[in-house]
Design a protein. Structure first.
Length: 97
């Protein structure tokens, strides 16, 4: 295992970056992404780095795009959809109210 890690064949950081980018493209939010990284048992140091460096401005824009696609639905349906995607409550409130 150590040999594979030294050769960067097993690397939690690069794996987590790929997971994060994939989930962002699917329209998932911070909490959804964090749960997925934890579910995959990504190293705690990598999780801390993710939390520290997460771009919430990009998150706001992603949430706006999804919200524009959900126009015409009732407010509770939109709210539930955004929460299920893992967007933080403060971002949802900022955009909906």
């Amino acid at each position: 295992m150590n040999f594979l890690k030294e050769k960067k064949l097993i690397d939690d950081f690069s794996l987590s970056q790929k997971i994060v980018e994939k989930l962002k493209k699917k329209g998932k939010g911070y909490y959804y992404i964090l749960r997925e990284l934890e579910r995959r048992k990504i190293d705690e140091k990598v999780l801390e780095k993710f939390k520290k460096n997460y771009d919430f401005k990009e998150e706001l824009e992603r949430c706006k795009n999804i919200l524009s696609k959900l126009k015409g639905k009732n407010k509770s349906s939109i709210l539930l959809n955004l929460k299920n995607r893992g967007f933080p409550d403060d971002i949802i409130e900022k955009l909906m109210f």
